[in-house]
Structures are given as C-alpha cells and as structure tokens.
Ligand binder design. Sequence first.
Ligand code: ADP
Ligand code: MG
Length: 139
Amino acid sequence: MQQATLAIIKPDAIKKNIIGQIVRRIEENDLAVVAMKMVHLSRKMAESFYYVHRERPFFASLTQFMSEAPVVLMVLRGENAISRWRDIMGATDPAKAKEGTIRKLFGESIERNAVHGSDGPESAGFEIGYFFSAVELVR
Ligand code: ADP
Ligand code: MG
C-alpha cells in the first residue's frame, strides 16, 4: 500500500551536520521525498506537535529540545512508508536500536535520537497536515 509519512531530522542531527547522511538512507531505501523544508520551531509549535505526549514526564524537556535549533521536515512516500521509515530509524532509545539504523548510528539518548517518524496512518495524516499544505506535496 502506498503511504505517506512525516519525517523530521531533529535538532541534535542538524547540529551534527548530517542532514545528507540521513536523506541518503531514505533514498537508498526507496522512499521518495515529496515535500521538504527547514524551520526553527517555536516552543509553542513543538508543544502542539507533541500534544499527545503532554502528560509525559519528558514533555517539557522534549519540546525544549525540539525548539533549540532548526529541524528538517519531510514527507516521505512509498510502499508501507510508515512502518518502513520507522524500521530505518530504529527503536526510540538508540541503545536498543538495531545495528545500522539511524538512531543506532547517530542518536545520543532516548530524547536526542536524531529523527522522528509518524507511528500510524492517523498520526501521519495529522502530522503532515500540521506542517504542510496540499500544494507543498509534489506528488
Ligand atoms: P518515537 O519517536 O519513537 O515514536 P515516542 O513517540 O514514544 O517515540 O516519543 C516521542 C519522542 O519523545 C521520542 O522520539 C524522544 O525524542 C522523546 N522521548 C521518548 N521517550 C522519552 C524518555 N523516556 N525520555 C526522554 N525523551 C523521550
Ligand atoms: Mg511517536
């Protein structure tokens, strides 16, 4: 099934200057980048994006982290894009992520874990719509 998912290159990865290394892994795995932009999220934008986590103990720290430097926002399209992108990213905690995954390679901690990916069709719809309008998706 063709799907779209939201990917974010998080502030820790932007500071490491590894945008290209992450995009290369997306392309090598046959996912297409169909929208892309770089933004510096405000604290409020980060809080609204991660609203589902508002009750979690790490919410304040997470939203501070996500607004500390710019991020790259992308919409990825391909066969089973949602679960495939999550497989390429690896587990939330880099220490538990499989060898060769982006989080294993580049993540610093369970919070500063380099990338984001939507966790299902419903969140993908919300997350893509949160950052992109229809005219910004190229196909
Ligand atoms: P994922 O990004 O793998 O879908 P979650 O949706 O559970 O993970 O969490 C969202 C983000 O919150 C994670 O990517 C990570 O940056 C941060 N996070 C998750 N769990 C923790 C934690 N226990 N402590 C600090 N930050 C966390
Ligand atoms: Mg999640």
